[in-house]
Ligand binder design. Structure first.
Ligand SMILES: Nc1ncnc2c1ncn2[C@@H]1O[C@H](COP(=O)(O)OP(=O)(O)OP(=O)(O)O)[C@@H](O)[C@H]1O
Ligand SMILES: [Mg+2]
Length: 341
């Protein structure tokens, strides 16, 4: 994995918002020193609970927001350079949002929605345009195509609408799709289909995907790598199968346990993450106030991401450097997620 060329490199990115609450200005540190990379044709999942900074990260990668510190490089060029030609950047980096109903103009047909980016970005002739609209609708399995071309959004199901939105994102032939909770508003029965579609797009169309979710299980289904965010900080990252199956960070372990399991005995039911209070985390581990295994050391210094085993990196004092050295192979197998590897 490590020799795959990174399409996106996020390096030490920080974003702080200023908000006014009860007449006073407050700083919200939405993203703090986040680093990860997305190799070509890879799917990286950004996982975390509400408010962990996932959408802020999506806005930074799509150049909707600017970082306060740190760098984002897309296809070998810093995002600040791409900003000089945002139109070109938007052609390469497309977004799919949570709510397909809100993403589409209710007055425009499917044909029109797909044709807009084809005309804007690729300037196809009339004949080529019609053929490409059909090809893209087939790619997202909206078939027979003639049944969908003239439909308006209200005539389609949630799953079909998300396919239209995905088709529209594909129309500019992007290299990266940032999908922010693309299935969380859909019926459970069709979520897997949309995830399968995203997986197909990676192999057939060659796109990379930044898949944003609060759900560790769907991240494991779809992604190659998982980055776990807690209050704007990466607490764990690595190969999806390892992170979702055998998480090391107490927060990721809690995330896994918070997934309801209908077959579990009553004493093992889900942990309600939202009921645990938040306190200041300045100067120590961001998770220490909620951590069942917090130690004195956790209040004293911020743990850095450390390799544990070949496939995982964890920011937790439970895995300090000495222990990581024992567990990891010589130098640790570098994760595809780390800039500079
Ligand atoms: N434009 C903004 N102005 C002020 N604060 C903001 C802004 N956007 C996000 N935030 C704050 O930044 C933090 C991270 O928000 P963000 O939307 O990135 O979280 P998220 O992980 O996407 O959450 P969710 O799962 O609910 O979508 C939150 O505390 C949020 O209130
Ligand atoms: Mg969000």
């Amino acid at each position: 994995m490590s020799d795959t060329r990174a399409l996106v490199e996020v390096d030490g990115v920080t974003k702080t918002y200023r908000t006014r609450r009860n007449g006073r200005w407050q700083l919200v540190r939405a993203v703090r020193g986040v680093s990860f990379r997305i190799p070509s044709q890879h799917i990286v999942a950004l996982v975390g609970e509400s408010g962990s900074g996932k959408s802020t990260m999506a806005k930074l990668v799509t150049a909707v927001e600017r970082p306060d510190h740190g760098h984002i490089v897309f296809d070998g060029r810093p995002i600040e350079e791409w900003r000089r030609n945002l139109r070109e950047y938007r052609r390469h980096v497309q977004m799919v949002f949570q709510d397909p109903y809100a993403a589409l103009n209710p007055l425009n047909t499917v044909r029109y929605a797909i044709s807009r980016p084809l005309v804007n970005y690729r300037r196809l002739s009339q004949g080529a345009l019609e053929a490409e609209i059909r090809r893209i609708l087939e790619t997202v399995h909206l078939t027979p195509v003639d049944e969908f071309l003239e439909k308006l959004p209200f005539e389609l199901s949630g799953g079909q609408l998300q396919r239209v939105v995905t088709a529209r994102a594909l129309a500019s032939q992007p290299r990266l799709i940032v999908a922010d909770e693309p299935v969380s508003m859909l019926d459970v029965s069709i979520r897997a289909e949309i995830l399968r579609l995203l997986d197909e797009l990676r192999s057939r169309e060659g796109v990379s995907i930044l898949y944003i979710t609060h759900d560790l299980i769907s991240a494991r289904m779809l992604a190659d790598d998982i980055v776990v965010l807690y209050r704007g900080t990466v607490v764990e990252e690595g190969a999806a199968s390892t992170v979702a199956k055998a998480p090391r960070h107490p927060y990721t372990q809690l995330l896994l346990r918070s997934i309801p399991n209908p077959w579990a005995p009553p004493e093992e039911t889900a942990v309600d993450l939202s009921r645990i209070d938040r306190v200041s985390d300045e100067g120590g581990c961001v998770f220490r106030a909620r951590c069942p295994q917090a130690m004195e050391r956790c209040a004293e210094a911020v743990p850095r991401l450390t390799a544990v085993g070949g496939q995982q990196r964890v920011a937790c004092w439970l895995y300090d450097r000495a222990e990581a050295g024992e567990n990891a192979p010589e130098g640790g197998q570098p994760s595809a997620l780390r800039p500079g590897n």
